[in-house]
Design a protein around this ligand. Structure first.
Ligand code: ATP
Length: 253
């Protein structure tokens, strides 16, 4: 059984225009699935629908054997723990009034009663902060700072640490390096790959950057105007049978 199975998902914001059109795919446990497509094709909408931040019109979303597409907030609560998201802009994702330690601990404090952590084994909140910052290669002296006292790359590492703090099975990475300079981009991609292996995470890695998707993913999907036009193993990116649109993306990367 796949960790995530999505079947014929449809979503419109206006009656005459589908933003997601019959989207079907699966993500296996421990896998990074890349999603590439030009701006406005529907990638972030798909991410928001999967995480049930946004409602869907039809289709099914099965996470770890549970159909979540129609669950109410109460039913969704235990499943939300199992899927976390890292957004493009870490500044918007962190509350500017909270110290890093409190932002980091937010999901842990919310779910601590039902958590059975495998990787992080904290003896105290302070210990967890240390483990989390270590996992994303940051000094624990940053815990008492506010977000504006960190660099963009450090802030994104904090949002990654927060996402993995409750050991979800699935992490949706929505353009996680788009706001970073080239050197920080490479370092964060490297970090994400290491964390996936160490914590056996599954990623949906969303980007308009085909080179980054190619580097990170075992399989790749290509989206155009709300439809998945191509899905293939990473090694088959340059194969002859690629969709014309995929070839167009290759020609500009
Ligand atoms: N809340 C909304 N209300 C109405 N239309 C929306 C809403 N959110 C997105 N859209 C529209 O849906 C389409 C897909 O947007 P989406 O943000 O999912 O694309 P994207 O592929 O993630 O783009 P980008 O790479 O620029 O982030 C766009 O035409 C966008 O204008």
């Amino acid at each position: 059984m796949s960790l995530l199975q999505v079947d014929r998902l449809n979503k419109s914001y206006a009656p005459d225009k589908r933003v997601l059109n019959e989207v079907s795919f699966a993500i296996e446990s421990g896998e990074c699935l890349g999603l590439v497509g030009e701006s406005g094709c529907g990638k972030s909408t798909l991410a928001r629908c999967l995480l049930r931040i946004e409602s869907t019109d039809s289709g099914s979303i099965v996470l770890d054997g549970h159909s979540i597409e129609k669950m109410n907030d109460h039913q969704l609560y235990p499943h939300r723990r199992n899927m976390q998201i890292v957004f493009q802009n870490p500044s918007a994702a962190l509350n500017p009034k909270l110290k890093i330690r409190d932002s980091l601990l937010d999901p842990y404090r919310q779910y601590r009663q039902e958590l059975r952590l495998q990787h992080f084994q904290p003896s105290s909140e302070q210990h967890l902060i240390k483990q989390l910052l270590e996992a994303v290669e940051l000094s624990d002296t940053l815990a008492d700072r506010y977000p504006h006292e960190l660099s963009g790359g450090q802030r994104q590492r904090v949002t990654i640490a927060r996402a993995i703090s409750i050991e979800p099975q699935l992490v949706v990475l929505d353009e996680p390096t788009a706001s970073l300079d080239v050197i920080s981009q490479g370092a964060v991609l490297h970090l994400l790959t290491r964390l996936r292996t160490e914590l056996n995470l599954s990623y949906l890695f969303i980007s308009h950057d085909l080179a980054a998707v190619h580097q990170m993913s075992q399989r790749i999907m290509v989206m155009k105007d709300g439809q998945l036009v191509d899905q293939f193993p990473q090694t088959a990116l340059f194969a002859e049978e690629r969709h014309a649109y995929t070839r167009e993306l290759i020609s500009i990367f």
